[in-house]
Design a protein around this ligand. Structure first.
Ligand code: MLT
Length: 304
């Protein structure tokens, strides 16, 4: 019997791919043959020598000590694309939220008091502050043309936006299923200079740390909006807050709260919700569980 230690709540549809009697799954499994994890950071965790494979129920693997596992010959399986639709939908929500000033408007409404008549008067007097912008004709730059970036770019085209794409590893012509109306930017700088909205869809690597820095923020068109549903660390938050406070940037929407961002009225920081839909959790758990099962039963590596 193979023992698989599950960390975080891995969706039942995935665990069903690992049925008894061949598999024993659960959080308390000792001397596991494999680990199945979502977002918990395994860098500081003692991974026993019994571990022969690790499954990450998500796209990114930066919570796993991949280099150390490679040295031990332990494959790390992930679920690229399995949550791409969920992330795309939340980025679109963020885009609309920033364009229509929904977060500060909700804050304004939350603070209203008095009777209904007083509230209505305050609404009429206060709503001018929240006049928004419409998306058709506005430009969106998408950095990273993997599964999420492509879905977002195509959706933004359908909303009537002018979309620019940049990926260090491919051209827009080579990006899988990308709408032919997406325009090619040759560098990140060019992409930023052509965009009012920019959305990041690259992993956090030494080359992408602080990719959006003080100089690059200055390149964005006026009333710029930065969307970061990729990883904390890709945006230099100190430079970003400075740009927001100096009114050089309209908003920052991200999936990672931090003390630097806390309390800033132009920031919307969500608690890592990009992949948090029932559908995405099921898709990721199933994709990774099947890879772990096949590897443990047959030794076949279908993705690592
Ligand atoms: C991912 O890398 O796909 C996400 O971080 C998944 C998650 O939210 O667990």
């Amino acid at each position: 019997m193979f023992k698989i230690k599950t960390i975080n709540n891995i969706a039942a549809q995935g665990l069903e791919r690992l049925p008894a009697p061949q598999f024993d799954t659960g959080p308390d499994v000792a001397q596991p043959d494999a680990i199945l994890v979502r977002s918990a950071d395994l860098h500081a965790v003692e991974l026993p020598a019994s571990v022969k494979a690790i499954g990450r129920a998500g796209a990114g693997t930066n919570n796993i000590p991949v280099a150390l596992m490679s040295k031990r010959g332990v494959p790390v399986f992930n679920a690229p694309g399995a949550n791409a639709n969920a992330v795309k939908e939340l980025v679109l929500a963020g885009l609309l939220l920033a364009a229509r000033n929904i977060a500060p408007a909700l804050d304004f409404v939350r603070k209203l008091d008095g009777d209904d008549r007083a509230m209505h008067e305050a609404v009429e007097a206060g709503k001018k502050k929240f006049v928004g912008m419409e998306l058709p004709g506005r430009s969106l730059g998408v950095v990273g043309l993997g599964a999420i970036g492509v879905k977002l770019a195509n959706a933004a085209i359908e909303l009537g936006m002018e979309v620019w794409g940049y990926d260090p590893a491919m051209t827009v012509q080579n990006a899988w299923k990308l709408d032919a109306r997406v325009k090619q930017a040759l560098t990140v700088d060019e992409l930023l200079a052509r965009s009012q909205f920019v959305s990041l869809h690259v992993p956090l690597l030494p080359a992408t740390r602080n990719l959006v820095n003080a100089e690059r923020i200055r390149l964005l068109k006026p009333r710029g909006v930065v969307l970061n549903f990729a990883r904390e660390g890709i945006v230099d938050e100190t430079a970003l807050v400075e740009a927001l406070n100096e009114n050089r940037l309209h908003a920052y929407v991200c999936d990672f709260p931090s003390n630097t961002l806390k309390g800033n009225p132009r920031v919307v920081a969500l608690p890592h919700l990009g992949a948090s839909t029932n559908e995405a959790e099921d898709n990721c758990a199933v994709m990774v569980a099947e890879q772990l099962r096949d590897f443990l039963l047959t030794g076949n590596v279908t993705n690592s």
